[in-house]
Ligand binder design. Structure first.
Ligand SMILES: Nc1nc2c(ncn2[C@@H]2O[C@H](COP(=O)(O)OP(=O)(O)OP(=O)(O)O)[C@@H](O)[C@H]2O)c(=O)[nH]1
Ligand SMILES: [Mg+2]
Length: 457
């Protein structure tokens, strides 16, 4: 049905092996022209799903000693015939082997083409195809675990159940429309109405899981803010266990934004060290201060640092006034030379959580990580390992549209509008769900999804 395509499936660069993958009707005939197994067997007679030792030839010249996996359709990644050549790694050999494969009739695979074929050939649905890229790009165990569930088909199955419920309702409505003489005038029997309501509820749960999904996938943007010299950069360095950010006793040291990722129990935290906020005439520092204020607004979590060895002053209070208190954790730094902590707490009545540390002496840092995790993550993620978490904004939009269609149905019923209208909304709800699994998709959507893949996947 499609051309035979090939690409390098391993990362470019030095490595022990490189893999060239070929998929399509001509995979074996191309292999025949370039590969001689050590036992001189004919490719056709080699059993499927075996690995075969031999040599790659360019005409008469031996190019490399290789292992070739031969996998016959349909039990393959793409459902097509697949050949994978394991050659020596490194830029030169892998590219040379690919070049020979292309010269002998394969086309160069586009990004994500193998996975796209797996979808087009019906081995996986679109949500599963999308999970493949998330597995590859996943940065933490938790996010990969979630994507693996999606690859196994959890979301696909859930959508199919929801759809079946809508189909049940639609069948009833269509019967009533088609046989009006039966005199069934009530728009929807109670039990079907309840069915529809529970579909709506389950969709709402899925939509709400997106916020958790976003955290799993993208991490928590955490900015370290406070006035100059309170120890923001010292804290960043303590967390990273390296001297990443410049620390001096001079207020106004950090002028630019420094961003690094740490991993707390499987969740990525994107730490941002900011310029200490204060009024200043220094142009460079002032730009830094403006950026810091901007970053405060974009953060999921703010670590607001106070120098506990000094009295609270107007600069601290002013920064405090910029903060959205919901996502702020107060950090009392320099507890090795602390003055009077109680006086501090009373100045910031809306900060609920305080953690005491010394960034310089490395006191309380691990406890701080535990606390942050507990405060931010526990309720969000912990109890949901069984639940389906959606991480893909495309899925979220389709679910929201489905929900809207269902709400329209209830409006239609309440307003006593004709059944035809309900039927239209039901159709729309089903179509929206079908977008997630890819039964209904446009070429644009597909292109958009697969362009994020790497070549060779
Ligand atoms: N005693 C003590 N000194 C600390 C502690 N943490 C930081 N300092 C000192 O405080 C000074 C300022 O630290 P920085 O980390 O540069 O502070 P900052 O908030 O990044 O400052 P700016 O970049 O200027 O906004 C340095 O001299 C640090 O060594 C601490 O826990 N205890
Ligand atoms: Mg600094």
């Amino acid at each position: 049905m499609f051309d035979t395509v090939a690409a390098i499936s391993t990362p470019i660069g030095e490595g022990g092996i490189g893999i060239i993958r070929i998929s399509g009707d001509e995979a074996f005939s191309i292999l025949e022209k370039i590969f001689k197994p050590i036992n001189n067997k004919n490719i056709d007679t080699i059993a499927s799903h075996t690995i075969n030792f031999g040599y790659i030839y360019d005409g008469k010249n031996i190019i490399d000693e290789v292992l070739v996996s031969i996998m016959k359709a349909p039990n393959t990644y793409t459902k097509e015939d697949i050949v994978e050549i394991n050659c020596h790694g490194g830029f030169v050999i892998t590219n040379k082997v690919l070049e020979i494969v292309l010269k002998n009739g394969a086309k160069f695979a586009t990004q994500g083409e193998f996975t796209k074929r797996a979808f087009m050939n019906g081995r996986i649905d679109l949500s599963q195809a999308e999970s493949v890229i998330e597995i590859i790009k996943g940065k933490t165990e938790q996010s990969v675990e979630n994507s693996l569930k999606q690859l196994r088909g959890d979301l696909k199955e859930k959508i199919s159940i929801l759809k079946q419920n809508i189909i049940d309702v639609a069948s009833h409505v269509n019967v009533v429309i088609d046989y009006p003489e039966e005199g069934i005038d009530e728009p929807l029997p109670k039990e079907l109405e309840e069915k529809l309501l529970s579909v709506k509820e389950e969709i709402t749960v899925l939509i709400n899981s997106y916020d958790k999904g976003k955290v799993l996938k993208n991490g928590i943007k955490t900015s370290i803010v406070g006035k100059p010299n309170v120890g923001k950069s010292s804290l960043l360095n303590a967390l990273l266990k390296e001297e990443r950010s410049i620390v001096t006793h001079i207020p106004g040291t950090t002028r630019d934004i420094i961003e690094e990722v740490i991993n707390i129990k499987g969740i990525p935290f994107i730490l941002i060290d900011t310029a200490g906020i204060r009024k200043t005439d220094d142009i460079v520092e002032n730009i830094g201060v403006l950026k810091s204020k901007e970053i405060i607004n974009k953060s999921d979590l703010i670590l607001f640092i106070i120098d506990s060895s000094k009295d609270i002053d107007n600069e601290d209070i002013e920064i405090y006034s910029y903060l959205d208190k919901e996502n702020v954790i107060g950090i009392l730094n320099k507890i090795d030379i602390i003055k009077d902590e109680n006086k501090i707490y009373e100045r910031f009545p809306n900060i609920k959580n305080w953690i005491k540390i010394s960034a310089k002496q490395n006191i309380g840092i691990d406890e701080m990580l535990d606390e942050i995790y507990n405060i931010i993550i526990r309720d969000e993620i912990q109890n949901s390992s069984k639940d389906i978490i959606i991480t893909n904004v495309r899925h979220k939009v389709s679910l929201e549209n489905t929900k809207k269609s269902i709400e329209n149905i209830f409006n239609t019923i309440n307003l006593n509008f004709p059944l035809d209208l309900i039927s239209v909304d039901l159709k729309e709800a089903m179509d929206n769900l079908s977008e997630i699994t890819g039964e209904i998709t446009s070429e644009d959507i597909l292109d958009n999804i697969f362009k994020n893949f790497c070549v060779g996947k």
